[in-house]
Design a protein around this ligand. Structure first.
Ligand SMILES: [Zn+2]
Length: 240
């Protein structure tokens, strides 16, 4: 059986100033990894991918005429939004679930996964950004993610979060436009961008001098196509 590619680019030549990325788009794990020792049900959870993020990102790409790069494999194999030195790059425990197939990985195994699933994605994002720069096209980078409503037993009150460090003005504007009494959206929740816990915003965004923010939408709100459509159109309006 042939394996899917490590990344997919949608609308590569899109005219928008926005470029979308989706690091946790897929829960796919090749058969030879035997689900990393996990029961199938665990692979349907947020630990394996960002539920709804790929569908929402595709709709947003269409609405904005923006390029979109999606990763092709589960974050449990290797997390495309982590630097290679991150302790959660290939987690032996994710949230509270042990990942047997990530225990005691050899340097060779780590390198094999990085070569097969990580660098092809990072290089695709980098090439896309290089090409736009060469064409003189302005770029604002948007990383699209979803989060679990309950993490380690704690309920999270937000419907969405806008995560940013340097792009304060853009980030605050998006919070202001998306936040509503019935739809709490907050800055830098449920996570904060860090050099150890993130790759896309620090490396593909900030290090290139690009405006860059990360969207987090609560996964149950975008698990179904209607929710993905609603949030894609909300975000498109906020970006207008
Ligand atoms: Zn994510």
């Amino acid at each position: 059986m042939s394996e899917p590619p490590a990344f997919e680019i949608v609308n590569a030549k899109g005219s928008s100033q926005y470029v979308l990325t989706c690091e946790h788009a897929s829960n796919y794990i090749p058969a030879r990894y035997r689900n990393l020792g996990l029961p199938e049900a665990e692979l349907q959870r947020h630990i394996a991918y960002d539920i709804g993020a790929a569908g929402m990102s595709r709709l947003l790409s269409k609405a904005l005429d923006a390029p979109l790069v999606l990763s092709g494999y589960s974050r449990l194999l290797i997390d495309c939004n982590r630097p290679l030195h991150s302790p959660t790059l290939m987690p032996a425990v994710s949230e509270t679930t042990e990942i047997p197939g990530n225990r005691n990985l050899s340097a060779a195994e780590i390198e094999e996964r990085a070569t097969a699933f990580y660098w092809p994605y990072q290089n695709a994002v980098a090439s896309l950004l290089d090409e736009r720069k060469a064409r003189g096209q302005n770029t604002i980078l948007l990383a699209m993610h979803s989060f679990t409503p309950v993490f380690k037993g704690v309920r999270r009150p937000w419907h969405g979060g806008i995560l940013f460090r340097k792009s304060e003005r853009l980030g605050e504007m998006l919070v202001q436009r998306l936040n509503a009494p019935s739809r709490p959206v907050e800055a830098n929740q449920p996570y904060q961008i860090s050099d150890d816990g993130d790759y896309t915003i620090p490396v593909h965004g900030e290090a290139r001098g690009l405006e860059a923010v990360l969207f987090e939408v609560r996964q149950d709100l975008i698990a179904a196509p209607e929710g993905q459509k609603a949030w894609a159109s909300l975000i498109a309006q906020a970006l207008d």
